[in-house]
Design a binder for this molecule. Structure first.
Ligand SMILES: Nc1nc2c(ncn2[C@@H]2O[C@H](COP(=O)(O)OP(=O)(O)OP(=O)(O)O)[C@@H](O)[C@H]2O)c(=O)[nH]1
Ligand SMILES: [Mg+2]
Length: 336
């Protein structure tokens, strides 16, 4: 019973073997590997991709401090209490150094008796490919280890956050009263990605006004034809996360959106779109790596020297290098 815990296996295979039996430290180590990126991360992705298939991914986004984590914690205890094994990935694209740790600390929840939930925060750490590759890889790890659903919380309302949120099956946009939040969310492009709205801090004055603002914006987007192609009008749920009020209703709306997605075939389309985007991000990454490698080699240096001395233009040098690159055996040059 006492003494140091067992040493973790070093290999992704060994870690996954333990992670799927419920060993939380192994799950954590696998997530660290995919967060760092690189060859080991690719190995984890190879091992997990065919063990994962039908996990439900819920995005939770909205302005800083709107209550995403508090609300997420409520959903997690609700789900865990109901026999699910939820996992949370809290993503902070803007804070490469400290964001992850702070976020982790801010999600407070009782992960006690019988509750089998996993909470993990992830920052960019500046690695190659960044979050575009790490987030789907982490979702796959959770899925392979039997967690379902997965809630992805993103901080902030920039383009990166919107993109990450939009990779979910169902995206919840959290807005708060009295801050012009609904209008801000609209400006940030969140109206288009919202499948469900949570008006959180409904205990504060102006919550009903915020609800009306959203209804109005949804009416306008309907008139302009930008409403969801599948004809789904996002539900608006009033929540007070600090008290847990509205959390069951919010989950019910998330489930109802999922049912809608499945019924109209949009779930499969969204997931196919997600895979397409991930393949694209990986192509980008492979090409960037290949270009970096090529630029460090003598033929490229000659072209660059020619451009430096004014013999050829930089555009001509680049065009020659690209045609050299395309001439090469892609499988030999572009290896994962
Ligand atoms: N009055 C009130 N306060 C709330 C409610 N929900 C959250 N808060 C408070 O709002 C603050 C921010 O909550 P978080 O859950 O950390 O918000 P967040 O959106 O995850 O914040 P970031 O991750 O930093 O963007 C905390 O002090 C919460 O206690 C609510 O329904 N009512
Ligand atoms: Mg948070």
């Amino acid at each position: 019973m006492t003494g140091a815990p067992d040493a973790l296996p070093d290999s992704p295979e060994g870690l996954l073997g333990r992670a799927v039996t419920g060993d939380r430290r192994s799950v954590g180590r696998l997530l660290t590997i995919v967060e760092r990126g690189g060859e080991l991360a690719d190995e984890v992705t190879e091992l997990t991709h065919d063990r994962s298939n039908d996990v439900y991914v819920v995005g939770m986004t909205g302005a800083p401090g709107s209550g995403k984590s508090t609300l997420t914690a409520r959903l997690v205890s609700l789900l865990a209490g109901d026999g699910h094994r939820p996992a949370v990935l809290a993503v902070d694209p803007s804070s490469p150094l400290t964001g992850g740790a702070i976020l982790g600390d801010r999600i407070r929840m009782s992960d006690g008796a019988g509750h089998d939930a996993f909470i993990r925060s992830m920052a960019t750490r500046g690695h190659q490919g960044g979050l575009a590759l790490a987030v789907p890889a982490a979702i796959r790890v959770f899925d392979a280890c039997g967690f379902d659903p997965i809630i992805v919380e993103t901080v902030g309302v920039g383009q990166v956050e919107v993109d990450i949120a939009a990779t979910a099956d169902t995206t919840v946009v959290v807005v708060t009263p009295g801050t012009g939040d609904a209008v801000q969310a609209n400006k940030a492009g969140l109206l288009e990605v919202a499948d469900v709205f949570a008006v959180n801090k409904a205990d504060r004055p102006g919550a009903q006004d915020t609800r009306r603002d959203i209804e109005l914006m949804l009416d306008l987007s309907h008139i302009s034809g930008s409403e969801d192609v599948a004809g789904h009008r996002p539900a608006i749920v009033m929540t007070t996360a600090t008290e847990g009020t509205g959390a069951p209703e919010l989950w019910a709306e998330i489930v109802s959106h999922r049912v809608h997605l499945e019924a109209c075939g949009e779930l499969a389309r969204r997931r196919a779109g997600r895979v397409r985007q991930e393949v694209r991000d990986r192509v980008d990454q492979l090409l960037a790596t290949t270009v970096d490698r090529m630029l460090a080699e003598p033929p490229a240096e000659e072209e660059i020297a020619a451009a430096t001395s004014g013999g050829i233009s930089p555009a001509a040098a680049a065009a020659r290098l690209v045609s050299q690159l395309l001439d090469l055996d892609a499988r030999r040059r572009i290896s994962p």
